[in-house]
Design a protein around this ligand. Structure first.
Ligand SMILES: Cc1cc2nc3c(=O)[nH]c(=O)nc-3n(C[C@H](O)[C@H](O)[C@H](O)COP(=O)(O)OP(=O)(O)OC[C@H]3O[C@@H](n4cnc5c(N)ncnc54)[C@H](O)[C@@H]3O)c2cc1C
Length: 508
C-alpha cells in the first residue's frame, strides 16, 4: 500500500534553500496558491508528498471515484481562458478526467518548475530572529521562507482500521486514498471491503460487477442518494461555456457554493402530497439537490428532518430486495443530511446481486481480527484475495498532526490546539504561528470545495500583497480575535453536533 510514485531521485547530502514562500501540498489549493504567489513576484517552492500534482485526484484512484460536485462548477474560475478551453466529459467527472484537468492546468501555467515532488514535510519551525520558517523534509533537506502556506487538504491523511492482525493478511490490501497507479483487477476474486462511507459507496457497485464475491463489513450505515450522472455532449458543453459567468456568480450566492440552494419553504408549509412530490422530484434529479436544495428547515427542525429521513428510508426499502438488508442500510442514529450525504450510482441495487453480502459488524458479527486468509468475525472466518480498508481519513486536522509545527518560542501547534481542538482566526491564521497561512484550514467553510479554496487563496495573497506594499514582514492574529472566531465556529456547529442523536429517522 505504498504510493507507487516512489522512485524519485533524492540528493545524497542534505541542504538548505531559501524562498520567499513555501507551500505544502500540490492539490487544487497549492497549485492556485503558487500561481498567485508568482504574480506577487515571490520565489516559491511547493513541497508535495506525491510524485505529481492533483492532491485528492492524484491519490484516490479507486474504482468509481468521481465528483459529487457538478463538474462545470468544480473547475477554477480565476482563468476565463482555462474555463473556455477545458471540456468536461461527464456531469460528475470521474477521477481520471479530473486528474487530466489538473495536469492540463500544471502544464498550461508551467507550475511544476517550482514544485518538488516525493517531498513530505515533517517539521516546520518559526525562527523569530530571522523572521522565517524552516521546513524540514522527511529526507532531512531543509528550506527557509518568510511565509509558509499549508495547502494539505482536509481529506489527505488516510486512516487504516485498528484491527488486530492487519499486517498478517497475505492477500492484496488497499486503502482508497492510497490506490495503486495501475488498475486492480477484481475479476473472479474474493473481495472484502471494510467500511461503508463515501468512497465505499462509490466503489462497491463497480467492484461488484467483476468480483466473484464481495463481502461488505458495515459498522454504521450512511445516508446516500442517487447521483444521476450523465455524459455531457459537445453542444451542452458549449452552452455551459457560454454561461460560466452566470453559473459562477450563482454559486457565489448559494450557501454551499453548489448550484443548489435551499427551498425557501418550510417542510410543513405544504401539503403531504406536495411534499412527497417535491422530494420525488429532488430524488430523481442529479447532484446534491436532495441534500442542500431541500426545504429550508430540513436540518434545523427535528420533525421536518424525521419526515425527510422517512422518505429516503422508503426509497432505500424500494430499491433493496431483501427487507433485512434494507433495514441494515438505513441509518437509525442520525437523520438524513445531518452529515455529508454521499451520492451513489446503483449502490443499493448492488446488494440485490448474488455475489454481494452485507455483514453487520456491530450487532451481528463483530470483527475479531484480520488473519492471513481474511477477516475473522464472532461467527466465522471470511477468506479473501483482496481486502479494501475503506475506513476514511483523519479529516481536517490529520495533515497538521503529522507535521511537527513549532511557532513563537518553540511552542507546538499540538499544544496550542489542545485535544485536537483547533484555535484559528478565520480558519486561516493561528496565534503564536506568525506568517503561517492555512488554505482550507480548520474552521473554514467547504461546500463545493474549489470555491472555498479560491476564496482562501485570494484573501491570503491579498494579505501578503498588502504586507509587501506597506513594508510589513510579519503577521499574527491577536489572541482575542482567535478566541472570538473559535467560539463563533463552535457555537454555530453546536446545534448540529450537540443534538445529533436526536435527529433519528423514525423509519416509518
Ligand atoms: C474521494 C473524494 C472525493 C471528493 N469529491 C469532492 C467533490 O465532489 N466536490 C468537492 O468539492 N470536494 C470533493 N472532495 C474534497 C477534495 O479534497 C477537494 O475538492 C479538493 O481536492 C481539495 O484540494 P486541496 O488542494 O485543498 O487538498 P488535496 O487535494 O487533499 O491536496 C493536498 C496535498 O497535500 C499533500 N500533503 C499533505 N501533507 C503533506 C506533507 N506533510 N508534505 C507534503 N505534502 C503534503 C498531499 O499529498 C496532497 O497531495 C473529495 C475528496 C475525496 C477524498
Amino acid at each position: 500500500m505504498n504510493d507507487s510514485s516512489v522512485g524519485a531521485v533524492r540528493p545524497s547530502a542534505t541542504r538548505t534553500t531559501d524562498f520567499d514562500a513555501i507551500v505544502i501540498g500540490a492539490g487544487i489549493s497549492g497549485m492556485f496558491m503558487l500561481y498567485r504567489l508568482r504574480e506577487l513576484g515571490l520565489t516559491t517552492r511547493v513541497f508535495e508528498a506525491g510524485s505529481d500534482v492533483g492532491g485528492t485526484w492524484y491519490w484516490n484512484r479507486y474504482p468509481g471515484a468521481r465528483f459529487d460536485s457538478e463538474s462545470w462548477t468544480y473547475g477554477y474560475s480565476f482563468s476565463n481562458e482555462l474555463l473556455q478551453e477545458w471540456d468536461w466529459k461527464e456531469q460528475f467527472s470521474p477521477q481520471p478526467d479530473t486528474l487530466a484537468y489538473l495536469n492540463h492546468l500544471a502544464d498550461k501555467f508551467d507550475l511544476r518548475r517550482d514544485m518538488q515532488f516525493c517531498s513530505r514535510v515533517k517539521c516546520a519551525a518559526w525562527d523569530e530572529a530571522k523572521t522565517a520558517w524552516t521546513v524540514t523534509l522527511e529526507d532531512g533537506n531543509r528550506a527557509n521562507s518568510t511565509f509558509l502556506f499549508t495547502a494539505m487538504g482536509v481529506l489527505s491523511t488516510p486512516t487504516l482500521p485498528k484491527i488486530a492482525g492487519r499486517e498478517s493478511f497475505a492477500g492484496q490490501a488497499y486503502h482508497p486514498g492510497l490506490w495503486p497507479h495501475t488498475p486492480v483487477d477484481f475479476t473472479g476474486k474474493r473481495v472484502g471491503i471494510i467500511g461503508t462511507g463515501a468512497t465505499a459507496i462509490q466503489a462497491i457497485p463497480e467492484i461488484a460487477k467483476t468480483a466473484k464475491q464481495l463481502t461488505v463489513f458495515q459498522r454504521r450505515p450512511n445516508w446516500a442518494a442517487p447521483l444521476h450522472n450523465a455524459k455531457i455532449s459537445k453542444s451542452e458543453m458549449e452552452e455551459l461555456e457560454s454561461r460560466y459567468d452566470e453559473i459562477y456568480a450563482h454559486c457565489r450566492t448559494t450557501v454551499t457554493s453548489f448550484i443548489h440552494n435551499a427551498d425557501p419553504r418550510a417542510t410543513f408549509d405544504v401539503s403531504p402530497q406536495e411534499r412527497e412530490a417535491f422530494w420525488e422530484k429532488l430524488y430523481a434529479e442529479p447532484g446534491f439537490g436532495i441534500w442542500v436544495g431541500n426545504f429550508r428547515d430540513s436540518y434545523i427542525y427535528e420533525k421536518a428532518n424525521a419526515e425527510l429521513s422517512a422518505f429516503v428510508a422508503r426509497k432505500i426499502r424500494g430499491r433493496v430486495k431483501d427487507p433485512k438488508v434494507a433495514e441494515l442500510l438505513i441509518p437509525k442514529d442520525h437523520g438524513f443530511g445531518t452529515r455529508r450525504v454521499p451520492l451513489e450510482s446503483s449502490y443499493f441495487e448492488a446488494y440485490n446481486r448474488d455475489n454481494v453480502l452485507l455483514v453487520d459488524v456491530i450487532k451481528d458479527q463483530p470483527i475479531e481480527c484480520i488473519t492471513p486468509k481474511g477477516v475473522k468475525t464472532a461467527k466465522q472466518e471470511y477468506e479473501f484475495d483482496i481486502l479494501i480498508y475503506a475506513t476514511g481519513f483523519d479529516g481536517v486536522t490529520g495533515a497538521f498532526d503529522r507535521i511537527d509545527f513549532r511557532g513563537a518560542d518553540g511552542v507546538r501547534l499540538k499544544d496550542v490546539w489542545l485535544d485536537g481542538q483547533p484555535r484559528t482566526f478565520l480558519g486561516m491564521l493561528a496565534e503564536r504561528f506568525p506568517n503561517l497561512l492555512m488554505v482550507l484550514g480548520p474552521h473554514t467553510a467547504r461546500g463545493n470545495v474549489p470555491h472555498a479554496i479560491e476564496h482562501c487563496v485570494e484573501w491570503q495573497t491579498g494579505l501578503v500583497g498588502f504586507m509587501l506594499e506597506h513594508g510589513y514582514n510579519r503577521v499574527e492574529p491577536k489572541p482575542e480575535h482567535v478566541a472570538e472566531w473559535t467560539k463563533t465556529v463552535l457555537k454555530i456547529s453546536e446545534p448540529l453536533f450537540g443534538s445529533e442523536s436526536r435527529f433519528v429517522a423514525n423509519g416509518s
